[in-house]
Design a protein. Structure first.
Length: 283
């Protein structure tokens, strides 16, 4: 396939997103050093988990989203410490601790995933692995819903006790996610991508890796900075769900697609996946 999709995501994730988040932090949080640091940390790394679910919900290209996530997983292990030092150079922190956090929370799971797939295919065969993946796709939606419930259950008191804090973080973050998604999504459209690819590129170029941001904040920064990063997913997940709706609403207007609902598209994808699975097993 053309490298166009990958180049779009790499450009927006590493040449635009961290610096755009830095700009928003300077505009909205220059008088709040802990929130400022937390917001910049949040913008450092692209998401490598939830964007697959959001792409799926918007009936985008799931395999492309997975490939982009895999590439981002490798690249950000190298660039996160560099960007942390570059964008937060005036803040006192140990860049080596940041690097250790990246290896612990990104490197080890990545290696474990590669080994699991290799050993699973070797032991049970490719057909078994695809069958397992087919059922795990459904679990990803359940996982998203569970994450939403747990986040708001555990952090509901945080919202009630710090409403101003939430608003201070929500304004720049909402601007960030909307501007980034629209920019990446429309760039894909302008460069001739179809709807499924444009959606996959859009979410991969927009979502942030809040897990690694929280991990770095806890290990290398003050508790107040960690608190700021914890607020992030409480804002990001609802906004990204709205962007799923936005993508589906603009599908027909921009791409001239069939205008099928998300549910209809998912059913069609599942039928295609079932046929592919049967062909794989039969062969």
């Amino acid at each position: 396939r053309s490298p166009k999709q990958l180049l779009i995501v790499m450009f927006f994730n590493y040449a635009i997103a961290p610096f755009f988040m830095l700009l928003l932090a300077k505009i909205f949080l220059s008088g709040e050093p802990d929130l400022y640091t937390g917001l910049v940390l949040y913008g450092l790394a692209p998401c490598i988990a939830m964007v697959i679910v959001f792409t799926y919900l918007a009936a985008g290209n799931g395999p492309l989203a997975i490939i982009l996530v895999a590439v981002n997983s490798i690249i950000q292990m190298i660039l996160i410490p560099v960007y942390a030092k570059l964008l937060l150079g005036e803040v006192n922190f140990d860049v080596w601790v940041v690097g250790e956090s990246v290896v612990l929370y990104l490197g080890i799971p990545l290696i474990a995933g590669i080994l699991t797939r290799f050993l699973g295919v070797r032991r049970f065969g490719e057909g078994w692995f695809h069958k397992l993946k087919f059922y795990l796709d459904t679990m990803s939606i359940v996982g998203l819903l569970f994450t939403l419930v747990v986040m708001f259950a555990l952090k509901g008191d945080l919202i009630l006790k710090n409403p101003l804090l939430i608003v201070q973080m929500a304004i720049p973050m909402t601007i960030f996610f909307w501007v980034m998604f629209v920019a990446v999504y429309l760039t894909g459209w302008k460069l001739g991508l179809d709807y499924k690819d444009a959606v996959a590129v859009g979410f991969n170029g927009t979502g942030r890796d809040f897990e690694i941001a929280i991990a770095i904040a806890i290990t290398a920064f003050s508790p107040a900075v960690a608190l700021a990063t914890v607020i992030g997913p409480l804002i990001e997940v609802p906004v990204m769900l709205v962007l799923v709706w936005f993508a589906k609403k603009t599908e027909y207007r921009l791409f001239g697609s069939s205008g099928k609902s998300v549910g209809e598209s998912i059913v069609q994808d599942r039928r295609q996946g079932t046929e592919a699975l049967k062909n794989s097993i039969n062969s």
